[in-house]
Design a binder for this molecule. Sequence first.
Ligand code: GLU
Length: 370
Amino acid sequence: MSFENVKRLVVKTGSALMVDAEGGVRADWLAGLADDVAMLKARGLDVIVVTSGAVAIGRWKLGYGTRVLKIEEKQAAAATGQVWLAHAWLEALAARGIVGAQLLLTPDDTESRRRHLNARATVATLLETGAVPIINENDTVATEELRFGDNDRLAARVAQMASADALVLLSDIDGLYTADPHRDPAARHLPQVTDLTPEILAMAGEARPGYSSGGMVTKLGAARIALGAGCRMAIASGKRMRPLQALEQGARCTWFMPQGSPASARKRWIAGTVEPAGAVVIDDGAVRALGQGKSLLPAGVVGVEGSFERGDAIRVRDKAGREVARGLSAYAAADIARIQGRRSSDIEELLGYRGRDEIIHRDDLAMGPV
Ligand code: GLU
């Protein structure tokens, strides 16, 4: 079990893999990982990188060394180190003919339905061109209460946002054990997990304080997000060179296997909105088109209710008032009122900007009354 049937992979690397004990990028290791990325891309996979290491690099550049940092010092270190980190990735990818592109995200960009359409569209567009998104948390602006805090969770949210079907967390350990293998010689390695039962969660033990923020607890938190998004996830050792190739060749790791697919999980996520912010009313032709799996275009909309923003979840009703679907609106209510009944090619003239052709893209639609 490795990358069979995988179309879109997110790979996350921890700080201790990216950066040596004195704040230098581990260039040889990174070159090997870039070889792995190039190998998978040559096979047609989309690859997204989530990389830690900004603080680990920046703390040395600013002369902080290993000491415990205050939040604003961490942010200064991140601001400094991120440039080096992104540059190291860019060069490693460019040497293999691959274009890298940086995204710095906050939880709002991936977690709220309201915001995430923008980041999702950017990532999708980059992947279409063959580029590799290189993602980290936007540490310099994230406040303590409002941050991912660790890149395991960020990586799982990115996988969810991008509808990835596999996530690999490269770490200093080769998977989940029944107990901490450093302390308990009887600890057993688990090659596969399908259910995050209380017993499994208990195996993570306590969160480990110290240098890297992501212990086993945060990895299982990431697994919960990934499985909920229909994305399989591996915890694998990044200590060896070419870690993804090693995984394919059967290196030990733990795979967490989801029940559904990313597409079905996304529709459940959309359908699960507690209270949609509003609705659009559509004509019978549009009801039929949606039933055939098509997107909702402005031409089929005859009315709009409520006040909502781009990215909000809304109801889709037929003219009799029946709910036929829910979806994420690519336009605010006020803009829909101006483009309803019109052709997509008129959008720019009507709104003064060129938005999406669809009011709700089919990937963002969950059919049926919910
Ligand atoms: N975003 C942090 C950095 O780049 C790392 C967070 C983590 O290690 O999980 O330094």
